[in-house]
Design a protein around this ligand. Sequence first.
Ligand SMILES: *[C@@H]1O[C@H](CO)[C@@H](O)[C@H](O)[C@H]1NC(C)=O
Ligand SMILES: *[C@@H]1O[C@H](CO)[C@@H](O)[C@H](O)[C@H]1NC(C)=O
Length: 360
Amino acid sequence: MKMETLPTLLLILATAQWINGKFLGCYEDNTIRLLPDFHMFVDNLNSPARCVHICKQLQFRYAGVEYSTQCYCSSDRPYERMKRDISECKMKCPFSEEICGGPMRISVYSTDSNVYPITDPGTYIGCYLESGNDRTLNHYQLNLFEINSPERCTRSCTALGYMYAGTEPYDQCFCGNTKPANERKTEESECNVQCPDSQEKCGGNGRISIYRTSVYSNAESIVTVSDERLKSNTIGCFEDSDNRILSEYFSCLDVTNSPKNCLYVCQQFQFKYAGVHNGTDCYCGNVMPSPSRKRNENECQVSCPNSSERCGGNMRTYVYSTQKFTTESNSALRIGSSEKQAAVEQGAVNGRHQRPAVMK
Ligand SMILES: *[C@@H]1O[C@H](CO)[C@@H](O)[C@H](O)[C@H]1NC(C)=O
Ligand SMILES: *[C@@H]1O[C@H](CO)[C@@H](O)[C@H](O)[C@H]1NC(C)=O
């Protein structure tokens, strides 16, 4: 080993230890992704720690950062033959001295999570009407790009604790907790667009293909956030900056952002705070913003996408606490033992997606 690579290596090893994920090395990536199961752009906030955290929460065993801002997750170990010299991963993460892969180079970590990777094919329930200003599943959206398929969409929604998953052309995947209305059901033949990565259909023109996930639905797991809960968890409008006040998780929900949806997502990831910013942005974090940054309500008046609700402002984040939610990580113990066994056999039980998020 050349001496000058040693400090870098030590830094990476030290980082790996700090993030509680083991650094596996620098790998070559290509358009058929090395870690194909989940992917998101964590624009100004990517770091190995955040990516490992997200993948771990989504119950994937491997996490990888690439091209500075991209984070990938997978259940399967990356191919050893794609491993490259560590010096080929040399792009800095945004706002940090850490390394976040490179162009078509991915820094891979194991998430060290002893969880069962979710395989949830879902149960197909039909082809439904979809409309931009009245979404059939309107709680969460993911862009799965070239890897969109019913299985991946269902798995992602399951990991986030949603009961329904829906695929649309071409890369879109939506999650929700409200059963789609029967009146919206349409002819099967209208869902006729093939998914990018499966022989199955991913909706159609103004149509969405919907699946019921394996998320356990008893009364307690009705996970939408009520008006009263939202109100009692309000902290207020805060001034933000390039170093975001809630910086541990970011998602651009350009179709579905709202205080309730953002709060629910942050809660599922077990963060203490959620904040909506400038219409479409949802941030999560564990540090309460400083009271000195608090601003008047009228500075947080940007509308949420296609909704009359308010979602913060430009460099203004409207913050909520997720703390009053009672999450019971051991709820699996309360399902009947035969059901639990079936869930174990499906590789599904781990207390996460069956965990009821109790919100009254
Ligand atoms: C908002 O609604 C309009 C129709 O009123 C629709 O065309 C547009 O795509 C919607 N925007 C989003 C982000 O869904
Ligand atoms: C907020 O949204 C406005 C309008 O879309 C945009 O011009 C501005 O750059 C955004 N600000 C941030 C911090 O993203």
